[in-house]
Ligand binder design. Structure first.
Ligand code: ACO
Length: 402
C-alpha cells in the first residue's frame, strides 16, 4: 500500500470521514435530532406529542407537506391514501414466483422495485404533481404489498384492502383476515400499530434515508429509490435490529443468563453486540424507545397479557445501564429494543417486523426524496474516497509478471 495523496493532491482537499460521522450530506427541514439531550422533532413538533395526539394521516401529511393538515386537507389526504391502496393485478402475480420460505424483506425489495414498471404514467421526477402522485402511491401501496408478502409466507390467499378502515386498521385486516371468517379490527391493536408507525416514520439521515436520497439524486424514479432504502434498512445494524432483538432475547432465555450476554457484548474478541442498544446520534436514551417502553406496559396491561420477553428486556436494560462499559460509551436502548415486544403482542410474526418498519419509514423516505428532488441547489450525491492502492505502474505482458 502506497500513500499517493501527494501525487493526487492537485485534485483538491477532501475530508476523510468513514461512516459520515461528522458530515452533513444535505440540508433538511423535516426532522431535528439533538442526540446528547434525546430530543426528536418532526417539522418542529416533539415526537412525544405526535405519538400521543397525532394519527397516521396527520403525521404523514406533516412530514410530506410541512404542516399539520386542517380538517379539509386531512379529509382529502385520507381519501387519496385510501384510493391508492390497491395494486395492479399483474403485480400480484409476482408473489407466486417467490418461495414460500423467502424472507418477506427479500420479497419487498423485489416488488417495491417493480412498482415503477406498473406506475410509469406519472414519473417525471421534476413535475410537482407527479412527485405527489408517487408519494401517495408508495405510502398507500406499501401496506398492501407487505400484507401480500406475509400471506405468501403463510400460504393464505391475499386479502384486499378495505376502504372503510384506517391505514393501520386496514393493514391489520389484510394481515389477519381469513377467507370465510369476519375479522374485526381491535381498536386497541389499531392504535398501538399507529403509534408504532408514527415513531418509525422518519429519523433524518440514517443509512436507509441517505440511500434513498443518494439513489434519487441520480434522478432515478422514486419507487426505485425507495426499493434501495428497503435494502439498506434490512441489515441488523439498522432496521433489521427489531427482529434481531427478539431473537437475542429468546436466545438469552432467562434472567440468570443476562450477565453472560452482557459480558459477551463487552468482549471485543466476540462479534456479539446487545441488539437494540447504541445509536450513532443518540448518546442518551432514544426518545422513541422511552415511548415504546411505556407503550409496551400500557398495551400488555390492557390486553391483560404478560410477555416473558418484556421482563427479560427490562432486566437486560437495568443490568446494562448499571455497567460502566455501556454508560461510558453512551449506549442506551434504541427504538428497536422495545419495538418487537409491541409487534409480538399484536400477533405479528418476527420476520415481518422489519417489513413493518419499511412500511412506516416509507413516509419519511418519500418526504425526504421529495425535499431532495425539488431543491434547486441539488447535485448528484457523489462522495470521494481516500485512495490507498498502488502508485502508478506499467502494464506487463503475461510472461513478464513476477
Ligand atoms: N453492544 C455492545 N457494544 C456496543 C454496541 C452494542 N449494541 N453498540 C456500540 N458498541 C460499542 C462499540 O463496540 C464501540 O466500542 P469501542 O469504543 O470500545 O470500540 C462503541 O460502542 C461505539 O460503537 P460504534 O460501533 O463506533 O458506534 P456506531 O455509531 O458506529 O454504531 C450502531 C451505532 C450501529 C447502532 C451500534 O450501536 C450497534 O451495532 N448497535 C446494535 C444494533 C442496533 O441496535 N441497531 C439499530 C440502530 S437504531 C435504528 O437503526 C433504527
Amino acid at each position: 500500500v502506497v500513500d499517493v495523496r501527494g501525487v493526487y493532491s492537485a485534485t483538491g482537499c477532501f475530508c476523510y470521514d468513514p461512516g459520515f460521522k461528522a458530515t452533513c450530506s444535505c440540508a433538511s427541514a423535516i426532522t431535528y435530532i439533538d442526540g446528547p439531550r434525546g430530543v426528536l422533532l418532526h417539522r418542529g413538533y416533539a415526537i412525544e406529542e405526535l405519538a400521543a395526539d397525532g394519527d397516521f394521516d396527520d403525521v404523514s401529511y406533516l412530514l410530506l407537506f410541512g404542516d399539520l393538515p386542517d380538517r379539509k386537507a386531512k379529509a382529502l389526504h385520507s381519501a387519496r391514501l385510501v384510493a391508492e391502496r390497491r395494486v395492479h393485478e399483474r403485480l400480484i402475480h409476482f408473489y407466486s414466483g417467490f418461495l414460500s420460505n423467502a424472507h418477506p424483506m427479500a420479497i419487498m425489495v423485489g416488488v417495491v422495485g417493480a412498482l415503477s414498471a406498473f406506475y410509469h404514467d406519472k414519473l417525471d421526477v421534476f413535475d410537482a404533481g407527479d412527485q405527489v402522485a408517487a408519494a401517495y402511491r408508495v405510502i398507500a401501496k406499501l401496506p398492501t404489498l407487505a400484507a401480500m408478502a406475509y400471506k405468501t409466507a403463510v400460504g393464505e390467499p391475499f386479502v384486499y384492502p378495505r376502504d372503510a378502515l384506517s391505514h393501520c386498521g386496514n393493514l391489520l385486516h389484510m394481515l389477519f383476515a381469513k377467507p370465510g371468517a369476519e375479522y374485526v379490527v381491535d381498536p386497541l391493536a389499531e392504535r398501538a400499530l399507529e403509534v408504532w408507525m408514527i415513531l418509525h416514520m422518519d429519523h433524518e439521515q440514517n443509512a436507509s434515508t441517505s440511500t434513498v436520497r443518494i439513489a434519487g439524486s441520480s434522478e432515478a424514479n422514486p419507487y426505485a429509490a425507495i426499493a434501495s432504502g428497503i435494502t439498506a434498512l434490512w441489515g441488523p445494524a439498522h432496521g433489521g435490529a427489531n427482529e434481531a432483538v427478539i431473537r437475542m432475547l429468546e436466545e438469552i432465555g432467562s434472567v440468570d443468563q443476562i450477565p453472560a450476554a452482557v459480558a459477551r457484548a463487552k468482549d471485543k474478541s466476540d462479534s456479539f453486540r446487545l441488539m437494540g442498544f447504541g445509536h450513532r446520534v443518540y448518546k442518551s436514551y432514544d426518545p422513541r424507545a422511552r415511548i415504546l417502553k411505556s407503550y409496551c406496559h400500557e398495551l400488555l396491561g390492557k390486553l391483560q397479557r404478560e410477555d416473558p420477553l418484556m421482563e427479560l428486556a427490562l432486566e437486560l436494560e437495568k443490568v446494562a445501564l448499571e455497567d460502566e462499559y455501556f454508560v461510558s460509551r453512551g449506549l442506551y436502548p434504541n427504538t428497536d429494543f422495545y419495538s418487537g415486544i409491541i409487534l409480538r403482542a399484536l400477533g405479528i410474526p418476527r420476520d415481518m417486523y422489519t417489513v413493518l418498519f419499511a412500511v412506516a419509514r416509507t413516509v419519511g423516505w418519500i418526504s425526504q426524496w421529495r425535499e431532495m428532488i425539488s431543491d434547486s441547489t441539488r447535485v448528484i450525491g457523489r462522495p470521494r474516497q481516500l485512495y490507498v492502492g498502488p502508485a502508478p505502474r506499467s502494464f506487463a505482458a503475461v510472461d513478464d509478471r513476477a
